[in-house]
Design a protein around this ligand. Structure first.
Ligand code: ZN
Length: 467
C-alpha cells in the first residue's frame, strides 16, 4: 500500500494525494495549483491516469482542494466523488464559477493579455464542471462509509469552512492488516464564529497534517478585532478612500461580514456601505444560511442581520457585472469584499485597479496569500504590480490580519495533534510553505517525540505497517 504526495507538499495549493492499496487507487482531494504560469502548467499534467482512479475523497470545497475535479472528469475519471452535503452544495456554485474563470482566462491569453501560454485551451469548461457535479456523492459527518471492500471512511468536522472535513480512512491490506490513515484537511482556528471547532481525533497509523501557519500564532480574537476595526476606521474616517478586502467567497466572506456586524453593534466602527461583489459569495452565503445544522450558535446573529436587510452597515450583494462596475465609480466610504482571495482572478482585480494606486485607500488581507500570487506580491511590499497587462503602483495602505484567517495557527495545530492518544507510525506535514512546514515538524518532534517529515512533491511513502 502506497501514498503519493501529488500536491500541497512544501506549498499550500494543489492539495492531492494518491492512495494505492494494491487493489484500487483513489485520490484524497484534487486541488488546483495557484500562482502564475508554472501553476497553470502543473494543473495540466496529472501524474496518473484519471481512468485508473476508483473514487475521490474531498476534504472541502476550496478550489486549491477541489478545483481540478472537472479536469479529472474531462480526462476520463468516472467514479464517485465523496464529500459532505454542505461541500457538495458549495461545489454546485464553485466549480461552474471556476470553469467560467478558466474560459475567460483562455480568451485573455488568446488576446495576449495574460501571462499564460497563448492559444492554450481552458483547463476545463462549464460543461466539464457540470459533468463533475454529477459524480458527487454527499455523505454525513460522522457516518461510516464503505467505499470499497478494503476501504472505509468517516468525515469529521474540520471547523475550517462550511462542510470542511477531516478524513479518517481505514485500509485493509491483502493479508488482512488494517492501516488507519488520517488527513487533517484544512483545520480551522478553535473558538471562531460560524463554523464549529475541529473535531479531535484519537488515533492514526499514518497522519497527514496541514501546516499553513505552522510557524506562527495568530493574535487573540480580541486583538484581531481591534486590528480590523483600526484598519477600517483609519481609512474610512478620512472620508476620502475605500477599503478593499480580497476574500475567499466561501468561508472568509461570511466571517468578515459577521465581524463587521459585531463591530458595528458595539459602536466601534463608523457608518459605511459594504459591497459583497462576488456572485459566488452571495450563493455561498445562501448555502451557509441553509445549513443551520452545521453552524455554531454565533451564526444566528449574522443570519438575523443579513435576512432583515436593514442592519447597519447596509450590505449590498452585487450579482450582475453591471452592478459590479457601478462600484468602480465609488471614491470613498465603501468596504468592498470580493474574490478571489489571493487576487489570482475574478472581480477583485477590477477593484484593485481602481483603488490600489490611491494612497487614501486600504487593502486588507484576511487570508493566507500563497507564493507566486498577486496577493502575495502586494503583501510582500512590491512597489508596483502587473495585472491586466499594465503596471499598477501600490500606494494604498496594505494591512495583513492573520487572525482573520480560516486556518488554525501553530498552537492550535499542536493542540489538535495533542488529542492523539498514541504516536502515529508516520506523520507527514503537508499544506505549508517550506518554512512553516519544517517549523511545525520540528515542534511535533520536540513536543510529542513523534517521527515527522515534510514530503517532497511526488514523493511516495509506504502505508504498510513495516513502513
Ligand atoms: Zn481551505
Amino acid at each position: 500500500m502506497q501514498l503519493t504526495f501529488l500536491g500541497a507538499a512544501g506549498e499550500v495549493t494543489g492539495s492531492c494525494y494518491l492512495v494505492d492499496t494494491g487493489e484500487i487507487r483513489f485520490l484524497i482531494d484534487c486541488g488546483m495549483f495557484q500562482g502564475g504560469g508554472e501553476a497553470d502548467r502543473r494543473n495540466r499534467s496529472f501524474a496518473f491516469d484519471p481512468r485508473d482512479i476508483a473514487f475521490v475523497l474531498l476534504s472541502h470545497a476550496h478550489i486549491d482542494h477541489s478545483g481540478l475535479l472537472p479536469r479529472l472528469v474531462a480526462l476520463g475519471f468516472d467514479g464517485a466523488i465523496y464529500a459532505t452535503r454542505a461541500t457538495a452544495d458549495l461545489l454546485q456554485v464553485m466549480l461552474p464559477d471556476s470553469a467560467h474563470l478558466q474560459e475567460r482566462e483562455a480568451e485573455h491569453a488568446e488576446a495576449g493579455h495574460s501571462g499564460r501560454n497563448r492559444g492554450a485551451p481552458p483547463l476545463y469548461t462549464v460543461e466539464h464542471a457540470v459533468a463533475s457535479l454529477a459524480r458527487l456523492r454527499p455523505v454525513e459527518y460522522d457516518e461510516s462509509v464503505r467505499l470499497a471492500p478494503s476501504v472505509r471512511c468517516v468525515f469529521r468536522d474540520a471547523g475550517h469552512i462550511l462542510g470542511s472535513a477531516i478524513l479518517e480512512i481505514w485500509l485493509t491490506a491483502a493479508g488482512g492488516n488494517e492501516t488507519k490513515l488520517v488527513f487533517s484537511g484544512d483545520l480551522g482556528q478553535p473558538g471562531r464564529p460560524i463554523v464549529r471547532d475541529p473535531a479531535p481525533i484519537a488515533e492514526a497509523d499514518v497522519l497527514l497534517v496541514e501546516s499553513t501557519y505552522g510557524d506562527r500564532n495568530h493574535k487573540s480574537l480580541a486583538a484581531t478585532l481591534d486590528e480590523f476595526a483600526a484598519a477600517l476606521n483609519e481609512t474610512l474616517a478620512t472620508g476620502k478612500g475605500n477599503v478593499v478586502i480580497p476574500a475567499f467567497a466561501v468561508g472568509r466572506t461570511q466571517e468578515i461580514l459577521y465581524f463587521i456586524a459585531e463591530l458595528a453593534s458595539q459602536g466601534r466602527i463608523g457608518s459605511f456601505a459594504v459591497y459583497v461583489d462576488s456572485p459566488m459569495a452571495l450563493a455561498a452565503t445562501r448555502v451557509t444560511l441553509e445549513h443551520p445544522e452545521v453552524l455554531d450558535r454565533d451564526a444566528a446573529t449574522l443570519t438575523k442581520w443579513l435576512v432583515s436587510g436593514k442592519g447597519k452597515p447596509r450590505v449590498h450583494f452585487t450579482e450582475t457585472l453591471e452592478d459590479s462596475m457601478k462600484i468602480n465609480s465609488i471614491r470613498s466610504g465603501a468596504v468592498i469584499i470580493s474574490a478571489s482571495g489571493m487576487c489570482e482572478g475574478g472581480r477583485i482585480r477590477h477593484h484593485l485597479r481602481y483603488n490600489l494606486s490611491r494612497p487614501e485607500c486600504a487593502i486588507v488581507f484576511v487570508g493566507f496569500q500563497a507564493e507566486g500570487t498577486l496577493g502575495r506580491r502586494i503583501v510582500d511590499g512590491a512597489a508596483t504590480v502587473r495585472f491586466f497587462g499594465e503596471e499598477h503602483p501600490v500606494r494604498a495602505k496594505v494591512y495583513t490580519i492573520g487572525g482573520l484567517s480560516a486556518h488554525a495557527d501553530r498552537e492550535a495545530l499542536l493542540g489538535w495533534l495533542g488529542g492523539f492518544r498514541r504516536p502515529p507510525r508516520a506523520t507527514w506535514v503537508v499544506h505549508g510553505e517550506p518554512l512553516a512546514a519544517h517549523s511545525l515538524r520540528d515542534a511535533i518532534e520536540e513536543r510529542f517525540g513523534w517521527r515527522a517529515a515534510v514530503p517532497a512533491p511526488r514523493q511516495r511513502a509506504s502505508l504498510a505497517s513495516a513502513g
